[in-house]
Design a protein. Structure first.
Length: 188
């Protein structure tokens, strides 16, 4: 934008535009606090997650998974860099989704078994109870792509559906990180 006129007026207009830009940024930051990002949580539909330190989340629906009304079922991706997580195997992160349709079709153990990761070595499946949800957890060590991949599924409370969490944990972390992440998944 070109501002013409006296120098003092140009400075006033420039300062005014700067104030408007800062106000717009402040409104965005305020929206983030309301959405829970600054508080360390993120909500997608009826699913809320506690974010690990330094992680952010994005997403509102599970592509290809629709509820009885034809709406996307809730899902999100959380990571230090959610935009890079899907394509960059060095970036840790997690996908979290809730599906009533999948719960009607299979069990948590059955759902996890449907994700074998053929090139990877599987550890024995384990069970853990976190925040009132019984999780089936499969840990895979892989020679290519993500070095570690964890598949977890559990039933949400009531008839909420099947919770699915796929985790690519940070390098050097173990089952405690995964259990802590699962403990932060809630359904309302």
């Amino acid at each position: 934008m070109v501002v013409r006129g006296r120098p003092a007026r140009r400075r006033l207009v420039a300062v005014g535009l700067g104030v408007v830009a800062l106000a717009a940024l402040g409104a965005t930051a305020g929206d983030a606090a309301i959405a829970g990002r600054d508080a360390g949580t993120w909500t997608s539909g009826s699913v809320t997650v506690a974010l690990p330190a330094g992680w952010r989340a994005t997403g509102t629906g599970w592509a290809g998974q629709y509820d009885a009304d034809g709406r996307l079922e809730p899902a999100l991706v959380m990571s230090p860099d959610p935009d890079r997580w899907a394509a960059d195997p060095t970036v840790p992160g997690a996908f979290v989704g809730l599906s009533a349709g999948i719960a009607a079709r299979t069990t948590p153990a059955g759902f996890v078994a449907e994700r074998p990761h053929a090139d990877c070595v599987a550890a024995p499946t384990r069970h853990t109870r976190q925040a009132g949800i019984d999780w089936v957890v499969a840990w895979f060590t892989c020679p290519r792509g993500r070095p570690v991949l964890v598949e977890a599924a559990g039933l949400g409370p009531g008839r909420a559906g099947l919770l699915y969490v796929q985790v690519a944990p940070p390098a050097g972390s173990g089952p405690d990180f995964v259990d802590s992440l699962l403990a932060g998944v809630a359904v309302r």
